[in-house]
Ligand binder design. Structure first.
Ligand code: URP
Ligand code: ZN
Ligand code: ZN
Length: 484
């Protein structure tokens, strides 16, 4: 059966033009004028764009004594509702657990997905087993990105020697390391001191994670990646200090990508000073929300290209779960939602204000991500042969964000009350219409795993450069006899 999206304007990362799009067998089969098919979707007044890719989610993740509440069913339903057609989730081995063992758990959970997905693998400990299994993860399973937590001391954190060893292994395998960049030792000490001084509320979460700890860790990770000869992807870049490190590295020719979150771009630290404990705790995430100076820096990074993608780090906990931390802010589960709201919020606050062009919007929500993760043009493209993961975007459609109407399983929304203009009219996942005029028509289990090849173009280029510039012994004649 052929579906045709008619009368829309195609917007990709680099082009804007009027054409119809024909879809068959889950793929785009033709792009051009006056196409005909068995089913027609009217895109009059709309933009036809690659569906969003969220490169950073935590669905049903065991964390801080509980599990994040959106699983692959509700999480991917929320994604589609907001125009996102692929998520990349983190398989997270408990320290001491094998990577393949953890992957089995993520395979089991993800069978419920409504849209396509891939995984990053987290490195939460370091032994020969991890070194060996990384090869199977990359070569057999098509997972080519490995996350390292520089924070969460005593739980997920890895030290510099472990990170260096893992980054070198990534370089050998043609994989890309990711980092959560915060100095975990300093954060732990600040947490201890704040608690001792009676700072027990959610605002102390922000006090314990100032921008300086993020900036230092980002610089350190960039140096370690450079020494290991591997590109680096910095997740949830939230502040100027971290952005500055990434910007400087890129200006020096280093292969580093920064990922701001929609939360950090549009919400600020005043949320933590709210008199309502629940309100503040619901917004506890790491790194915390910052102030206007940092927000301006992140927007400028997206405009200038020093920051590459926008994610959510969707890791949703209910109010009851957040209350584990009453009396001790260090026990509030860290994480916020955003999967359903990333595209409408970024369109409203980015394109709607003139900070971003529609093409830049597509780049940072989809195409750049697909390129970095090496699944372009299967994903992130409107091209013949690409998967028909598409969003028909109505720039005039408006709503006020409210937890009462959301797909996510939690009981609140950090964007509650925000008015957005720009929403999906249709969302298609491999050709299947999952959002029809605002109505979500999910199909549990429709989502497929997206395997990714190692050794993308950037890995290959960087390896060539590192090989060319590697230290070499100087050829000498007439070496004097040893002095001893
Ligand atoms: N970001 C956050 O607070 N929670 C999710 C886990 C992580 O990415 O650090
Ligand atoms: Zn993180
Ligand atoms: Zn995360």
């Amino acid at each position: 059966m052929t579906t045709v999206i008619k009368n829309g304007t195609i917007v990709t990362a680099d082009l804007t033009y009027k054409a119809d799009v024909a879809i068959d067998g889950g793929k785009i089969v033709e792009i051009g004028p006056d196409l005909k098919g068995d089913e027609t979707l009217d895109a009059t007044g709309c933009y036809v764009m690659p569906g969003g890719i969220d490169p950073h989610t935590h669905l049903e993740m065991p964390f801080m004594g509980t599990y994040s509440s959106d699983d692959f069913e509700s999480g991917t339903r929320a994604a589609l509702s907001g125009g996102t057609t692929m998520v990349v989730d983190f398989a997270l081995p408990a320290p001491g657990q094998g990577l393949l063992d953890a992957l089995q758990m993520w395979d089991n959970k993800s069978t419920r997905a409504h849209c396509d997905y891939s995984f990053h693998m987290a490195i939460t400990w370091w032994e020969e087993q991890v070194f060996n299994e990384m090869e199977t993860v990359v070569r057999d399973r098509g997972i080519t990105t490995f996350k390292h937590f520089m924070a969460y001391k005593g739980a997920l954190m890895v030290n510099d020697d472990e990170m260096y060893a893992s980054f070198k292994r990534c370089a050998e395998l043609g994989a890309i390391p990711l980092v959560h960049a915060e100095n975990g030792d300093v954060v732990a000490e600040l947490q201890r001191k704040l608690m001792e001084e009676g700072n027990t509320g959610p605002e102390a979460h922000a006090y314990s994670r100032p921008p300086e700890v993020e900036g230092e860790a980002t610089n350190r990770a960039i140096m370690i990646a450079d020494m290991a000869g591997v590109p680096l992807y910095v997740v949830h870049t939230s502040c100027e200090e971290s952005h500055e490190a990434i910007r400087r590295a890129r200006m020096l020719g280093k292969r580093v990508w920064g990922e701001p979150l929609i939360q950090h771009l549009t919400l600020d630290e005043s949320e933590y000073f709210d008199k309502d404990w629940d309100h503040a705790a619901r917004r506890v995430m790491s790194p915390p929300f910052r102030n206007q100076r940092h927000q301006d820096s992140l927007w400028a990074g997206l405009q200038s290209g020093s920051l590459s993608v926008v994610a959510t780090d969707h890791c949703a906990f209910t109010t009851d779960q957040k209350r584990y931390g009453v009396g001790d802010f260090t026990k509030i589960p860290n994480g916020t939602g955003g999967l359903e709201d990333r595209l409408p919020m970024l369109w409203t606050y980015g394109v709607g204000t003139g900070r971003l062009t529609p093409n830049e919007f597509v780049a940072v929500t989809s195409t750049n991500i697909a390129k970095i993760l090496n699944c372009y043009p299967k994903k992130g493209a409107v091209l013949v042969g690409a998967d028909a993961d598409l969003v028909v975007w109505d720039p005039e459609k408006e709503k006020t964000i409210a937890a009462a109407n959301q797909q996510s399983a939690i009981d609140y929304n950090v964007f509650e009350g925000k008015h957005v203009k720009g929403l999906p009219r249709f969302t298609l996942t491999r050709g299947r219409v999952a959002v029809h005029d605002g109505e979500v028509r999910g199909e549990e289990g429709h989502g497929q795993f997206v395997k990714r090849d190692p050794n993308g173009a950037v890995n290959r280029a960087l390896s060539s450069w590192k090989e060319l510039t590697a230290p070499r012994p100087v050829e000498r004649t007439g070496i004097p006899a040893s002095g001893v």
